[in-house]
Design a protein around this ligand. Structure first.
Ligand code: F6P
Length: 542
């Protein structure tokens, strides 16, 4: 039996679910005229509406009991205090310290991290201001105007998503690109637009051992060397890493290395010097506003009672839909072109954190499913693609709609965009019965017989759960707020499932196996592998 099912609140949630399962969510609105007000919250002018989920006041009360039984309040405090939440790697997870304005000393492993963060931010500010002012010169004394980030996973996805979300804030005349894939085509695509004399590479790698990033960095250096016909390329490389020694050994000038630390997980690192490209392109003030927004969410998460704490409620809603209503995936649907990469960032943040099978004691958690599949994409594009599956498919999911009240676009499309976002969540909840479909067909002029035959194909079951989030604007502050919200939601889910949200051992085996297979592909050497893999190698080598 899982520890969750021993909790009295969990048992009550199970019974409560049986009471609710025959009720359709749309009817809950007729039973309770105040439902929207009751289940929506405004926090820093951001609205979140949970009312289209199958919940009642009793569900919320049981969530609160569950939070108490899990000692969630204490676990949140422990996280902020720097407890060893990443127990397999014996580390705290203190990315919140990166966005805290507090000048108070905070010690980790005998180091005052407040001072380290301050020094690093000063360096980031100086670099970004110099580049924005055209004063950061390359080896041939030309101002840098192109920044290429070489990094993968958390050293790529967060900054890439932020820059695509905040394009209107980018400094005009600065070009940037992200190269993550070790497929040489990715680097080639980025270099096609770049002037070697004016290009700065940021090698972003916490470990400075990631093969993809190092291969790209080596090729970038070769490209520069050949193009500029010189060896003194220091001005063209900055490294961000927690292994300064390795970056030095690679040939990066120590002055051009910005630190990060073990207490910052890769997928939570955009707030650190991994976000240097954000600071350069948007300017340090906008980078600071991003941190301020995340800090506002940190404060909310740490200090707000469970019943109004939005990351806590989001996590409970996610677990409620997953455990009690069978959702196996969580679709993230931003109705914002600017947020089209948000889902991809969240995919790493959530799936690398919650894709675990054992609890804190190392015992299997096979009694319940842990992290869901995170997927989705920008509305309205999804409506012309996978929304068919959402409306009439047999898969179980729940989804988040993310909207912005305002837009920076000069075209007058925003009301159209918003109408689609709202209509999709409405359609998912309301559905359409066969009788309704049949009546609509008859109104269109079909005979009763034809309508009856066609109606089953047009009927939609509805009663699909969704949460809507409305930001006042897509600014650095609110983007920071939103990202931190999802980070904390992921943490709360890990507490509920009793798993470690901050390690990622599952990615290691593939890396090791790739290194054993490489000699077979590069030098035609014999390697030890299963028959399928050997057959594939053989075919590739022919
Ligand atoms: O392989 C997974 C991973 O370790 C991620 O967790 C991390 O964000 C990414 O690789 C990149 O790692 P690094 O910054 O050390 O190059």
């Amino acid at each position: 039996m899982s520890y969750l099912s021993t909790l009295s609140s969990w048992k009550k949630l199970q019974t409560h679910k049986y009471e609710l399962q025959s009720i359709v969510t749309k009817d809950l609105f007729s039973f309770d005229q105040e439902r929207f007000q009751r289940f929506s919250f405004v926090c820093h002018d951001v609205l979140v509406d949970y009312s289209k989920n199958k919940i009642t006041q009793e569900t919320m009360a049981l969530f609160e009991c569950l939070a108490q039984e899990l000692s969630l309040d204490k676990k949140i405090k422990d996280l902020f205090k720097g407890a060893t939440v990443n127990f397999t790697e014996k580390r705290p997870a203190l990315h919140m310290a990166l966005r805290s304005p507090q000048a108070k000393k905070k010690m980790v492993d005998g180091e005052n991290i407040t001072a380290l963060i301050k020094q690093t931010k000063e360096k980031m500010a100086a670099i970004s201001r110099a580049i924005q002012a055209g004063e950061y010169l390359g080896a041939t004394a030309k101002p840098i105007n192109t920044i290429i980030n070489l990094g993968i996973g958390g050293s790529d996805l967060g900054p890439k998503m932020v820059l695509s979300a905040l394009k209107p804030y980018a400094k005009e005349g600065l070009n940037y690109a992200f190269v993550s894939n070790v497929d040489g085509q990715a680097l080639e695509n980025a270099l096609a637009q770049a002037d070697p004399e004016r290009t700065l590479f940021i090698i972003s790698s916490k470990s400075f051992t990631t093969q993809e990033t190092l291969e790209n960095a080596k090729s970038a250096r070769l490209w520069l060397k050949q193009a500029l016909n010189r060896d003194d390329l220091n001005q063209h490389f900055i490294a961000v890493t927690s292994h300064v020694d390795k970056a030095c050994a690679f040939g990066i000038d120590e002055q051009s290395i910005l630190p990060m630390w073990d207490w910052v997980g890769g997928r939570f690192s955009l707030w650190s010097a991994i976000g240097l490209i954000i600071a350069i392109v948007l300017g340090f003030d906008h980078f600071s506003a991003l941190l301020e927004g995340a800090h506002a969410m940190d404060e909310h998460f740490e200090k707000t009672p469970m019943r109004e704490n939005v990351p806590v409620l989001s996590a409970f809603i996610n677990v409620w839909n997953q455990h009690f209503f069978g959702a196996t995936s969580h679709a993230i649907l931003p109705y914002s072109e600017s947020l089209h990469q948000f889902t991809e960032h969240l995919q790493q943040m959530s799936m690398e954190s919650l894709g675990k099978s054992v609890n804190r004691e190392g015992a299997s958690v096979d009694q319940y499913r842990t992290g869901p599949v995170i997927w989705g994409g920008a509305g309205t594009n999804g409506q012309h693609s996978f929304h068919q599956w959402l409306h009439q498919g047999r898969g179980r999911f729940h989804c988040d709609f993310i909207l912005s009240k305002t837009t920076s676009s000069c075209f007058d499309h925003h009301a159209v965009l918003l109408s689609h976002g709202l209509a999709q969540s409405q359609a998912l909840m309301l559905g359409r019965s066969q009788a309704q479909a049949s009546a609509a067909l008859e109104q269109k002029g079909l005979s009763a017989k034809e309508a009856e035959l066609l109606a089953p194909h047009l009927a939609m079951p509805g009663d699909r759960a969704s949460t809507s989030i409305i930001l006042p604007e897509l600014s650095p502050f609110y983007l920071g707020f939103l990202i931190a919200w999802y980070e904390h939601t992921v943490f709360v889910q890990s507490v509920i499932w009793d798993i470690n949200a901050f390690d990622q051992w599952g990615v290691e085996l593939g890396k090791q196996l790739a290194s054993t297979l490489l000699p077979a592909l590069k030098q035609n050497k014999t390697v030890d592998a299963d028959a399928s893999t050997l057959g594939l190698i053989d075919f590739l080598n022919q």
